[in-house]
Design a protein around this ligand. Sequence first.
Ligand code: IDP
Length: 157
Amino acid sequence: PAADQEVFAAEMERTFIAIKPDGVQRGAEDCLELGFKLVGIKVVVPSKDFAQKHYHDLKERPFFNGSCDFLSSGPVIAMVWEGEGVIRYGRKLIGATDRQKSEHGTIRGDLAVVVGRNIIHGSNGPVTAKDEINLWFKPQELVSYTTNAEKWIYGDN
Ligand code: IDP
């Protein structure tokens, strides 16, 4: 679904974040200091067919083919992050799709120059997040664990 059709809730959830090929070449993974939990990560070069699956909701858009070619052009760092409100927070950290509209202090706002090379992907909302996590990761590639900091991050009352 489009971002504006997704319903958000501040509950424990998982999102799919990917550093795209341009972001990998430019070292953008250094920008990720989320106060959230990384539960899955791998480096992959997606096939064109796989990229088409990832961008399936953009099939009708004129930039669909170019975006799929680009996503499959080199290594992508694929990640699943977990935490309360992580889907919306991830989008905020990434910034608007078009760099001209993304704020300074966001990854795209600071690093991207053109919309077709915008460094990083993050799920639009809960439905997309679930679909993308399922597409990119097998269940056994994701881990559940507790960090020592969690009780300080979330409190217990
Ligand atoms: P998002 O990545 O912020 O969720 P979407 O609208 O889902 O934005 O578009 C997916 C990707 O397609 C964008 O990240 C960008 O790489 C590419 N894209 C979007 N709009 C354009 C455009 O107008 N020209 C070229 N590429 C675009």
